[in-house]
Ligand binder design. Structure first.
Ligand code: TRP
Length: 444
């Protein structure tokens, strides 16, 4: 199999992790949960829970050296072929990609419309955004561009496609974020944003804030759909997987924090509210930028371009587990696998966007949720938590402990191994089970 270089792996895994989850979702949920205390809970969730599962997926991939199904079977104690069913998780990636591509299309649309001008009032910005999410032809147009780009990249394979695009886009993303950050530092509201993000007010933390932090930690690290297992299958054998996992988690967290600081500085500068929900980036920010004239337009365009870059590198990571599955298990060529999986997510994306329109919405709405929301719900509330629990139980009970200890202690101390093992075997599955039951409405 075509392998990543070590730095190529770190960039690609970081490219997968850093996405709309960091720049759009993290700031808006931090805003909704009132800042500082939520950020601290989130950091703990990344450090103790997200990172542990990341390392677990990385071991399965690096030592299974194959697609998700085959890797599970290979590293299980019993080599029981039934473990291949653990590979179901890869389909979550295709479902997520279907609507992720539609959302990336909105952002691409924002890049172009920002050239023409920005809305000066929140009501106008809200109406524009609302109209876009119901406009079938515009959404299909942008979804097609995004899907085409993703397909083009993965057709070229791990090294010439995925590694190369990350090598180009990740530094550009860092550059844009750094520029925006410097601008934020120069503004008066920077210190207000810093205290909003880092001074905890513990009265704002409750169960749902903790669960949101935990769910976000999984989503942002691309866990639970086999992405990290698949990428790690291309990780050179002797690479220190504990270190690479820590680098990726660190970069991902840094980007989320910086995005938060930038966005809250901008919002506070304009006196806009911090708890605007999902419309924060699509409705509140454009209005803030419009106050700054031509500079605002430049900032708006750079910001949305950064989001597109971050999103594209994540999108390719959602389809790759399925491709590798069909390539390894069904002996398909990469071209065939890409055409198959590419068509699936492309058409599912069209159904997702049709389900938001006035014309087709009613026919594509079931039990009060449209198809777009169902795709989100089935993946993030059901498939991903189940996959994470399965991964932990697998590692804790069905993989030889001595084998794991050996792999770890080549790179770290026994103490680190013991801590990780206890987390993965007992603590993480317990925490996710609570999250899972809550999302399904059994506990609130
Ligand atoms: N981590 C990405 C983000 O924060 C999204 C993502 C990419 C993802 N690959 C994934 C989420 C796999 C879940 C599973 O935007």
């Amino acid at each position: 199999m075509n392998k990543f270089s070590r730095i190529g792996f770190i960039l690609a895994a970081a490219g997968s992790a850093v996405g709309l989850g960091n720049i759009w979702k993290f700031p808006y949920i931090t805003g909704e949960f009132g800042g500082g205390a939520f950020v601290i809970v989130y950091l703990l969730a990344i450090l103790f829970i997200g990172l542990s599962v990341f390392i677990a997926e990385s071991i399965i991939g690096q030592h299974g050296e194959s697609d998700v199904s085959t890797s599970f079977v290979r590293i299980s104690k019993s080599k029981n072929p039934k473990w291949k069913f653990a590979g179901f998780v890869i389909f979550a990636g295709l479902i997520i990609l279907s609507f992720y591509s539609v959302v990336l299309g909105w952002i691409l649309n924002y890049v172009f419309t920002s050239f023409q001008g920005l809305p000066t009032e929140a009501s106008v910005a809200g109406a524009t955004f609302g109209a876009l999410t119901k406009d079938i032809s515009t959404q299909i147009f942008y979804h097609t561009i995004v899907a085409g780009t993703v397909i083009f990249i993965v057709l070229k394979g791990i090294k010439d496609g995925i590694e190369r695009i990350n090598l180009i886009l990740m530094p550009l993303l860092a550059l844009i974020l750094f520029g925006l950050f410097l601008y934020a530092v120069s503004l008066d509201s920077f210190s207000q944003a810093m205290s909003f993000m880092f001074v905890p007010d513990w009265s704002k933390i409750n169960g749902s804030a903790m669960l949101a932090a935990l769910g976000q930690a999984f989503f942002t690290l691309s866990l639970g759909v086999g992405t990290i297992i698949t990428y790690s299958a291309s990780l050179p054998k002797d690479t220190n997987f504990v270190k690479t996992s820590m680098y990726v988690a660190f970069v991902d967290t840094l980007v989320a924090l910086i995005a938060g600081i930038i966005i809250f500085t901008f919002l506070f500068e304009a006196g806009a509210p911090s708890a605007a929900g999902p419309g924060l980036v699509f409705i509140s920010l454009p209005v803030v930028f419009s106050d700054w004239g031509i500079l605002g337009q430049v900032i708006a365009i750079s910001f949305f371009v950064a989001l597109v870059f971050a999103g594209i590198t994540s999108a390719v990571s959602m389809i790759e587990p399925s491709l590798l599955f069909f390539i390894e298990r069904y002996n398909m060529t990469r071209q065939k696998a890409t055409i198959l999986c590419g068509s699936i997510f492309y058409f599912a994306g069209i159904i997702a966007l049709l389900s938001m329109s006035d014309e087709f919405g009613p026919a594509l709405t079931f039990a009060g949720k449209n198809t777009f929301d169902w795709m989100d719900f089935i993946t993030s509330s059901i498939m991903m938590p189940l996959a994470a629990i399965l991964t932990c139980v697998f590692i804790g009970f069905y993989v030889d402990k001595d084998l794991l200890r050996d792999k770890f202690t080549k790179h770290t101390s026994v103490l680190v191994f013991d801590a990780w093992y206890i987390l993965v075997k007992y603590i993480v599955p317990f925490a996710i089970t609570i999250l899972f039951l809550n999302k399904l409405g059994f506990i609130s």
